[in-house]
Design a protein around this ligand. Structure first.
Ligand code: FO1
Length: 318
């Protein structure tokens, strides 16, 4: 079975671990969000690609869900000693090696998709990880700070500001001019099923869908598209997705996210058992809906979620 997954950061990566466990013989292609990418110290950092690669490759800092395990921060503290910031983004020594290799290869003319393949050669994530685009797309967030309206990089909003101020707008800068990376449209066209994991519907899945051609390819693929709600009981399971949803005028609820994706895209939607009462509303939107446990408490629970998503895909397959 060929499965395509649109993944962002921590939630998407953890879901993929369960999907791999549930479908050991499947051919899984992950289309990774690159809107979170940031350039620091002359290096290109790709948080969502690295989180998928490290999580599935066994190098992730499990508690954080990002960055490397057994990390040290000598380079970071030396940079701070030179007064070179920003200090609010915690890059570890092991993680720096990934960004150095990536930046060196980009500088030599390799596209991000080839660089990602090379990095995955080491990590063997057990899926094919393709960036949504080889072109630069960076999510910026419009905020009001000290009475002044400004656009800040997503990472500054997420990490320095901790989403403590309202996001007035979320803009994937460069998306309109971006093209799907090589292999993205082909993977979607060849897929037996497309999954939207419990990633941030605005800045992760939404950003991937903002690359011209990707949303259309999925909508026209003629195969089941099934998503899992990142919102349980009107709150994000992790992260601050509610802040991002508010920026695009979507209420923080499992049903509202399904409606936001729309029945033109989604055939099926899994909500947590806590949101069982909302199944009817989702089905009224033309999206088949089931309530199952959606807390990724351990590998078995996550594998169960993946099996439920694939079962729903078979139910809606025409
Ligand atoms: N998240 C934080 O909350 N604090 C950090 O200092 C931080 C550093 C960091 C470094 C590399 C990396 O790949 C991810 C990092 N993240 C950090 C997480 C990152 O902001 C998020 O994982 C994604 O951008 C959102 O999915």
């Amino acid at each position: 079975m060929r499965i395509v997954v649109l993944a962002g950061g921590i939630g998407g990566a953890r879901f993929l671990r369960g999907l791999k466990a549930a479908t050991p013989d499947a051919d899984i292609t992950v289309i990774g969000n690159t809107g979170d990418d940031i350039h620091l110290f002359g290096l290109k950092v790709c948080p969502d690609l690295d989180t998928v690669m490290y999580t599935l490759g066994g190098g992730i800092n499990e508690d954080q869900g990002w960055g490397r395990s057994d990390e040290t921060f000598q380079v970071k503290s030396e940079l701070a000693a030179y007064g070179v910031g920003p200090e609010w983004f915690g890059l570890g020594d092991r993680d720096f090696a990934t960004h150095i290799v990536r930046t060196q290869m980009l500088g030599a003319g390799y596209p991000l998709s080839a660089v990602t393949d090379a990095l995955c050669d080491r990590w063997q994530p057990g899926v094919r990880l393709i960036p949504m685009s080889d072109d630069r797309v960076e999510t910026h967030v419009a905020v009001e700070l000290e009475g002044e309206r400004r656009a800040v990089h997503f990472q500054e909003y997420w990490v320095r500001l901790r989403a403590s101020v309202d996001a007035l707008a979320v803009v994937p800068v460069g998306a309109e001019q971006a093209k799907p990376a090589p292999g993205v449209l082909e993977a979607i066209a060849a897929a037996d099923v497309v999954l939207f994991p419990p990633s941030n519907p605005v800045v992760s899945v939404g950003t991937i869908l903002s690359v011209p051609g990707i949303r259309e390819a999925i909508a026209d693929a003629g195969v089941p598209v099934v998503g899992l709600s990142p919102i349980v009981g009107d709150a994000p399971v992790r992260g601050m997705a509610d802040k991002m949803l508010a920026a695009v005028g979507v209420e923080s609820s499992a049903a509202a996210v399904a409606e936001h994706y729309g029945s033109g895209l989604l055939d099926g939607w899994l909500v947590d058992t806590a949101d069982g009462a909302t199944v009817e509303r989702v089905e009224a939107a033309g999206i088949r809906c089931r309530a199952v446990p959606l807390m990724m408490t351990d590998l078995d629970a996550t594998a169960e979620m993946a099996r439920a998503a694939l079962a729903l895909a078979e139910e809606v397959r025409t």
